[in-house]
Design a protein around this ligand. Structure first.
Ligand code: C2E
Ligand code: MG
Ligand code: MG
Ligand code: MG
Length: 281
């Protein structure tokens, strides 16, 4: 980039690239001690099942409370964790924390945990998951693993064998951000996914762009024919919810149903009948 810029601008670009890379290095070294200092925590966002009209589970979403910068979003620190290999330690913490928390919740509630591609390059992840389930005394079907298509692109073979082993155990597997990657349909043939999560970009435009309406309808009917569950991500309006109910989407997730919340807020949400009244057909 510096080469393309004219004389006089070179210095400016170097300085700002330098600053960005220093900033990234600082964040990276801060992240190394974040677990030990107790700066990471999970928030939980509910899934509403439309057929059963109840909350059936929660997705665990990682947060980093940085002592100076405040809350750092996962879009900023997960890529750093992946590049540095810290994702293994962080991922193990996430799975153990999510399982321990789920153990306090009712048996008909599941927890979905997000995984990065790098975590599936190493078969140790299988043992980590089995151990976390055993330590929390949880039935494997209560845990859902969320992966994206891009994860299957890299290291395809090892990811598939680990996922098959998990499915064998009874852990369920969801294909996250469906529609944003490549070759979705091929992957649907190769792995017995339990659920597809339609990416929030499709839900956002579903009621304004006819093409998008067609895509969402088709994915829901495809999932039904394949006998796998389907979740709509990013539901923000009552109109979106109403439409998804009409076209018989199984489950919805989004700010309308609930924002990601602290674990200690979950029991109150499960006890309240509020969501039943609010979202009754
Ligand atoms: P994701 O798994 O697709 O999670 C959904 C994201 O959409 C979350 O962002 C969630 O807070 C946000 N969201 C939920 N409902 C709505 C809505 O109605 N409208 C809008 N605009 N957004 C909504 P978040 O928590 O910032 O997470 C971003 C991504 O970071 C996740 O995307 C996931 O890929 C990754 N991530 C989060 N936690 C973990 C983790 O523990 N491990 C790994 N490897 N990745 C994680
Ligand atoms: Mg997810
Ligand atoms: Mg998603
Ligand atoms: Mg996403």
């Amino acid at each position: 980039r510096a080469k393309k810029a004219g004389p006089g601008t070179v210095c400016f670009f170097e300085a700002s690239d330098d600053r960005a890379s220093r900033d990234r290095k600082a964040l990276q070294s801060d992240l190394e001690g974040a677990i030990a200092r107790g700066e990471l925590f999970l928030v939980y966002q509910p899934f509403l099942n439309l057929g059963e009209n109840r909350i059936t589970g929660f997705e665990a979403l990682l947060r980093w409370q940085h002592p100076q910068r405040g809350l750092v979003p996962p879009s900023e620190f997960i890529p750093i964790a992946e590049e540095t290999g810290l994702i293994h330690e962080i991922g193990e913490w996430v799975i153990r924390r999510a399982c321990a928390t789920l153990a306090d919740w009712p048996d008909d509630i599941r927890v979905a945990v997000n995984f990065s591609a790098a975590q599936f390059h190493n078969t140790g992840i299988l043992q980590t998951i089995v151990q976390a389930l055993a330590d929390a005394n949880l039935a494997p079907h209560r845990l859902e693993v969320e992966i994206t298509e891009s994860m299957l692109l890299s290291k395809y073979g090892s990811a598939v064998s680990i996922l098959n082993a998990l499915l064998q155990l009874g852990v369920t597997v969801a294909l996250d951000d469906f529609g944003t990657g490549f070759s979705s349909l091929t992957y649907l043939r190769k792995l017995p996914f339990s659920r597809i999560k339609i990416d929030q970009s499709f839900i956002r435009d579903m009621l304004v762009q006819p093409d998008c309406t067609a895509i969402v309808k088709s994915v829901i009917s495809l999932a039904r024919d394949l006998r796998i569950g389907v979740v709509a991500e990013g539901v923000e309006t009552a109109d979106q919810l109403e439409y998804l109910r009409q076209i018989q989407c199984d489950e919805v997730q989004g700010y309308l149903i609930g924002r990601p919340m602290a674990a200690d807020q979950v029991p109150a949400l499960l006890h309240s009948k509020k969501h039943r009244a609010t979202y009754a057909a």
